[in-house]
Design a protein around this ligand. Structure first.
Ligand code: PLP
Length: 796
């Protein structure tokens, strides 16, 4: 099998140490290990290394004058610069009259978080009381110069950056410098040059810049080394006092291996002979090629980096309809390390940089940063482009993104698909035998995804249904029907307001003796409608099952779509104008008469990442529901109402960014399902658990960038059941006794998704579910087998 190496494309976060830097550091640790402050020969040799590093730093930074101070990194350099400037400001403020005010501290809205946080920290610690003002940026990430001009006269310190770490945007320093120079009072100016070194020529001494921080680990040197440039004559106060090292500028024995390493990189940058670093022209052509591949792989890709005013090494992009987390997972599975936004802010939530640029929320939330360094080779670019194109094919084939032309999936989906956006759940229920489906509770944010699944799978849609009319938004049901067009069996059929067709396939009896209309998906699968008012007066449930002789028995109902009536860990709230609190009691008491304990309940919201639930599990976890359904000690309607009113009163809408549809009990943290196996023992572990059902819960496009499973001790690849299909799998587990008893071990890349899957199973009473803590990321060798696209099989 042809396994391929991983490709690291996250150089703005940190870089691999280049061999030349590692060798230099090694030689200092092994041979020239002296203390630069010692006066013997070993010490003098060490001092020479330190001073020659300072000399080359001056050359590369264009800093013939001023201080070059070695620090532990850019963050320390930033602290030192800000502290120095603000300590000076403190003296000035003390001499000012009340009327002059305390002045302001200015920083760009897209600065690295180290800047505003350091400003806030030192402003407070030095008790300055200055106002800290964020300078807005335009849609291309450039500072609002009018704003800057307006505030420059009252500013003590201005912090801007040369190159942005998330977008690669190059800031217009000449225009900023003019404003700084025109200020009535001298303003200290810090320019963060961390991401600019080697990409933009610096001439610090001949500029107005007072402080410039630099980081070694962004530049192929190790972590723990940085540089601060301080302009000749600019205020300077050491942050660390000690043994007088660095001419008294920074106490503490110098990190000589780090200094030697960064110096070797700076020398290679100074000489730039083409052997170590690519030229700017080469970097530009590399970016063009990557962009071409991205365009091919993701035809609807949108770029957040304005390429005409950015360095070529950062490409920030988003793909409509695909979340940042999904893209990150896809790239990771394909062996490419990219990041969402900046590594420090991680956790895949929106980017403050892109938000400051005014980009739409989806573009900021879905942003991926691909960044490469100056040492990238032509062969890396070839491999990157190939891998991006393969990732595009994998994603298109998984039916998750819209690609033109649509690539048909090789495996038809059967059963339930759960699509989620935050807590909102939309459901697609497919019957493979007839290739028909129904869509339940469509949400606006999920329409494009629903459409992609339907078109890609080439399924006919029998109906698009809502379980109720939402209080906070109108259903996009009609819009979806229009979008689906010819995919609908009959887009013109008259329906009620919730999408239920006026003409159905007939009616059947439910187990409680009531009559219910139904739509037929196949001979073995119907969807029956029954009223379920309470949360809203128009609430209804859809029961999916296999009827026999005109009766849909409780134990034959496989799925129940109960809207907001019964949520995971809660009961739908009934304090809306459109609610019917008394009716909810009857609706809840009706449920056990029409579904059984194995029926999978599919709610409209999933606040606690439980995916789906069952009546039995809800009764176990929700005391109020247990009281309501208790047939021996019957809860009176009056007692129910007062209990329910109290529960609803606990809902704190302001605390949540969305309207919560019920009071949800926190999910108990079940750590019992977690198996801690050290990466080196994973092989042994899987050998010992040969009879277990091993399930990889990553999405199919990730799974199919196959790992070298044998290196994990697995004789064959695990089953692939993505979280979108977990509800479907659960219905099988609960109905098949053998499966319910089987030990099930979930795994994924980081252990995050597999933990959710194991917890969900345990919550439903399947105690034999486990997951591998920390994921398999640490256990697999960083090599990837690429399966030819035609051979890929997908189960959505
Ligand atoms: N400034 C910028 C623009 C950065 O990208 C970073 C690192 O992410 C820093 C400052 C902080 O650098 P260090 O990790 O060396 O403290």
């Amino acid at each position: 099998m042809a396994y391929q190496q991983e490709i690291y494309l996250d150089d703005n976060a940190t870089t691999r140490v280049l061999p030349l830097a590692a060798q230099e550091a090694f030689s200092v640790m092994e041979d020239l290990y002296g203390n630069p402050s010692s006066s013997h020969i070993t010490g003098l040799q060490a001092r020479r290394i330190l001073e020659s590093a300072r000399t080359v730093a001056r050359e590369v930074l264009g800093a013939s004058e001023g201080r070059i101070v070695f620090t532990s990194g850019a963050t320390e350099a930033i602290q030192t610069g800000i502290f120095s400037a603000l300590y000076e400001a403190k003296k000035k403020i003390a001499n000012r009259s009340e009327l002059d005010g305390k002045g302001v501290l200015l920083y760009g809205a897209t600065e690295h978080k180290a800047i505003p946080q350091a400003l806030e920290h030192w402003n407070r610690l030095l008790d300055l009381g200055c106002e800290i003002l964020e300078i807005p940026v335009d849609h291309k990430g450039q500072l609002d110069l009018e704003f800057l001009t307006k505030h420059i006269d009252s500013a003590h310190l201005l912090c801007t950056m040369l190159v942005n770490n998330e977008t690669g945007v190059i800031h217009e320093l000449t225009a900023i410098e003019r404003i700084v120079a025109s200020a009535k009072n001298k303003v200290a100016w810090m320019v963060d040059t961390v991401q600019a070194i080697g990409k933009i020529k610096l001439n610090l001494s001949s500029s107005e810049i007072d402080y410039a921080p630099i980081s070694g680990h962004k530049l192929y040197a190790p972590k723990g080394i940085g540089i601060l440039y301080v302009r000749e004559g600019s205020p300077f106060t050491p942050l660390i006092a000690g043994g007088g090292q660095e001419g008294g500028a920074r106490g503490g024995t110098e990190n000589l291996p780090g200094v030697a390493a960064i110096a070797s990189i700076l020398r290679a940058l100074r000489d730039r002979d083409g052997t170590v670093f690519a030229s700017y022209q080469q970097l530009l052509s590399y970016r063009d090629r990557i962009v071409q591949s991205l365009n091919q792989a993701f035809p609807r890709v949108v770029y957040n980096t304005p390429f005409d005013t950015a360095v070529p090494t950062t490409i920030n992009f988003a793909v409509p309809g695909v979340t940042g987390k999904e893209l990150l997972d896809l790239f990771d599975a394909a062996g490419m390390r990219v990041s969402s936004g900046s590594a420090c802010g991680s956790a895949v939530k929106g980017s403050y940089v892109l938000e400051a640029m005014g980009l739409p929320k989806w573009q900021s939330d879905g942003a991926i940063r691909l960044s490469f360094g100056l040492a990238i080779k032509e062969s890396d670019i070839v491999a990157t482009c190939k891998r991006i194109e393969e990732a595009g094919i994998a994603l298109a084939k998984s039916c998750l993104i819209r690609s033109e032309p649509l690539v048909g999936s090789t495996v038809a989906i059967d059963g339930l698909i759960q699509l989620k956006e935050g807590s909102n759940c939309s459901w697609i229920l497919c019957d493979k035998s007839t290739n028909h489906c129904v869509i339940i509770d469509p949400f606006e944010e999920l329409l494009s995804r629903i459409e992609t699944v339907i078109r890609c799978q080439n399924i006919k849609v029998t109906a698009v249904l809502d379980t109720h009319q939402h209080v906070d938004h109108a259903s996009p049901r009609k819009k979806l029907v229009e979008i689906l067009g010819a995919c609908m069996c009959n887009s013109n059929q008259p329906t009620d307001v919730l999408g239920w067709p006026v003409e159905t396939d007939g009616s059947l009896l439910l187990d409680n003796g009531s009559k219910a209309q139904y739509l037929k998906l196949s001979d073995n699968c119907v969807i029956a409608k029954t009223e379920l008012p309470g949360h809203t007066v128009d609430g209804q449930a859809f029961l999916v099952g296999n009827p026999h002789e005109g009766v849909l028995k409780r134990n034959k109902v496989r799925f129940a779509f109960t809207g907001d009536t019964l949520l995971i860990g809660g009961i739908g709230r009934t304090d809306f104008e459109t609610s019917a609190a008394e009716s909810l009691l009857e609706s809840l008491r009706k449920l056990p008469k029409v579904i059984d304990s194995h029926t999978i309940i599919c709610p409209t919201h999933d606040y606690n990442i439980g995916f789906v639930t069952t009546l039995e599990s809800e009764q176990r976890h929700n005391p109020l529901l247990a009281q309501i359904l208790n047939e021996i000690s019957v809860l009176s309607a009056a007692d129910y109402l007062s209990l329910k009113t109290a529960v609803d009163a606990e809902i704190e809408d302001e605390k949540n960014c969305e309207l919560v549809c019920g009071s949800i009990r926190a999910y108990e943290d079940d750590t019992g399902s977690s198996i801690d196996v050290a990466p080196e023992f994973l092989g042994e572990f899987f050998q010992e658990h040969r009879d277990s059902l091993i399930i990889d819960v990553r999405e199919s496009h990730e799974f199919h960038f196959a790992q070298d499973w044998t290196s994990l001790g697995l004789e064959q690849p695990p089953c692939n059941i993505p979280l979108t299909r977990l509800g479907n799998f659960l219905s099988e587990v609960l109905r098949e006794e053998k499966l319910a008893k089987q030990e099930i071990i979930f795994l994924c890349r980081s252990g995050n998704r597999s933990a959710k899957a194991a917890k969900a199973l345990r919550r439903l009473g399947v105690q034999s579910a486990w997951h591998i803590a920390g994921g398999i990321a640490l256990g697999i060798s960083p090599s990837y087998e690429v399966i030819a696209a035609e051979e890929m099989e997908y189960a959505i």
